[in-house]
Ligand binder design. Structure first.
Ligand SMILES: C[S@@+](CC[C@H](N)C(=O)[O-])C[C@H]1O[C@@H](n2cnc3c(N)ncnc32)[C@H](O)[C@@H]1O
Length: 325
C-alpha cells in the first residue's frame, strides 16, 4: 500500500486517512479491482446545518455521489454488494423534504458505466430519534419527527452473494410454543391463504428477517425480534465505545452507524475472510463489525481526528485481534 496513510489496523484490516475517492480511484484502484465483496457505508448526506464533519450540498453533492458509482463498481467482485445508509434531508428554511437523497440513489443506479441495480430497500427505524427538523416539528408543529434512515442495497448482479439463513430473527413466543406443541390450526384463512398441515412445524432456527429494522426497542415490554436481536439495540459493544469515549473526554462521532446494522449486512452478504470496505469510515463501525465477524476490512476517513475512535472500537474485548500501529 504505497503512498497510503495507514493510521492503524489489525491482522484483518486497515484504517486509512485520506480522501476515499482519491484512494479508491487511484492509489488502490488496481490492488482492489474485483476483490471487494461488500462496500458498506453511510456517506455524508446533504444537510442544512453543517455537522462537524462537513458535507456538500445541491448539485455539487449529486456530482460527487455520481462520480463514485463507476469507481466502486469496478472494485466489487461479480457477486459483490454495495450497502448505503442515507438519511432524509430537508430544503433549507422550508418545511419540505429534499429530493437529493433519492436523486443520489438514482445517480448511482443509473450511471451508464457502473452497471448497478437496486436489490432491496431497507428502512432503519429509530424510535428514540429526537424530534427534527426542529423548526417544523417542535416549534411550528407542522411536521412529524423524521425517525428513519434508508438503507439501499445495490449490486452489479441480480444475484449477489446473500443468504438470509445467516440473519434469522428469533422465533416469536407463540411460534416457539407451536414448535413445542407440534400442532396448529391449519386450513383456509379469511385471507384465502391455505395453511398446510405441517408448513410451520419445521424449526429452522428462526424466522426470516424483514427489511424494516428497528434499532432500539420502543417499548421494553414489547418483544422485538431482529436478526442478532441484542446487537441491534444498545449493545455492550456500543456501551464499551461510548464509555471509553467519555472516559477519554472524546466526543463520539455525530453520525455513527448502528453496530448491529453493520453486522447484519456483513453476515448476510459476506463470508469469513471476504473483504469489506467503508469509504467513509468515521469511528469505524464497519471495520469493527467486520473484525468481530472475521472479515477483512479497509476503512477510509478524511478526518484524522476520528482515527482515535476507531482505535477505541478495536480495543473492545469482543475483538480478539490486537491493534497494530
Ligand atoms: C456519516 S459519517 C460515517 C460515520 C461512520 N459510519 C461511523 O459509524 O462512525 C461520514 C464520514 O465520512 C467522512 N468523509 C467525508 N468525505 C470523505 C472523503 N471524501 N473521504 C473519506 N472520508 C470522508 C467524514 O469525515 C465522516 O466522518
Amino acid at each position: 500500500m504505497n503512498e497510503l496513510r495507514r493510521d492503524h489496523g489489525t491482522e484483518l484490516g486497515d484504517y486509512l486517512i485520506g480522501d476515499s475517492h482519491e484512494i479508491l480511484s487511484k492509489k488502490l484502484k488496481d490492488d482492489l479491482e474485483g476483490k471487494v465483496q461488500l462496500i458498506l457505508t453511510s456517506p455524508p448526506f446533504p444537510l442544512n446545518n453543517k455537522k462537524s464533519y462537513g458535507n456538500l450540498q445541491g448539485e455539487e453533492y449529486l456530482d460527487w455521489v455520481r462520480e463514485m458509482a463507476p469507481v466502486w463498481s469496478r472494485l466489487l467482485t461479480d457477486d459483490g454488494s454495495i450497502v448505503i445508509e442515507l438519511g432524509n434531508a430537508w430544503e433549507p428554511g422550508r418545511p419540505i423534504q429534499s429530493l437529493l437523497p433519492l436523486q443520489a440513489l438514482m445517480s448511482l443506479v443509473q450511471h451508464p458505466d457502473a452497471n448497478l441495480r437496486l436489490c432491496q430497500q431497507f428502512v432503519c427505524y429509530n424510535p428514540s430519534r429526537l424530534p427534527s427538523p426542529a423548526n417544523w416539528v417542535t416549534i411550528n408543529r407542522i411536521r412529524v419527527t423524521d425517525s428513519y434512515t434508508n438503507v439501499w442495497w445495490l449490486s452489479k448482479s441480480d444475484y449477489p452473494k446473500a443468504d438470509n439463513r445467516r440473519i434469522l430473527r428469533p422465533y416469536s413466543k407463540s411460534m416457539q410454543k407451536l414448535h413445542e406443541r407440534g400442532s396448529y390450526n391449519h386450513g383456509k384463512r379469511s385471507s384465502e391463504h391455505h395453511i398446510g398441515e405441517t408448513s410451520f412445524l419445521t424449526d429452522n432456527g428462526g424466522s426470516i428477517a424483514h427489511n424494516f429494522l428497528e434499532v432500539e426497542q420502543l417499548d421494553e415490554r414489547r418483544e422485538v425480534r431482529l436478526p442478532n436481536a441484542l446487537s441491534m439495540a444498545n449493545t455492550s459493544s456500543n456501551d464499551y465505545f461510548l464509555r471509553t469515549c467519555r472516559e477519554q473526554d472524546i466526543t463520539a462521532h455525530p453520525a455513527r452507524m448502528q453496530v448491529g446494522l453493520a453486522e447484519m449486512f456483513i453476515q448476510f452478504l459476506t463470508d469469513e475472510n471476504d473483504l469489506v470496505v467503508d469509504p467513509f469510515g468515521g469511528s469505524n463501525t464497519t471495520g469493527f463489525a467486520a473484525e468481530k465477524n472475521k472479515r477483512r476490512w479497509i476503512s477510509i476517513e478524511m478526518q484524522e481526528k476520528y482515527a482515535e475512535q476507531s482505535r477505541i472500537r478495536l480495543g473492545d474485548p469482543v475483538v480478539s485481534e490486537k491493534i497494530r500501529a
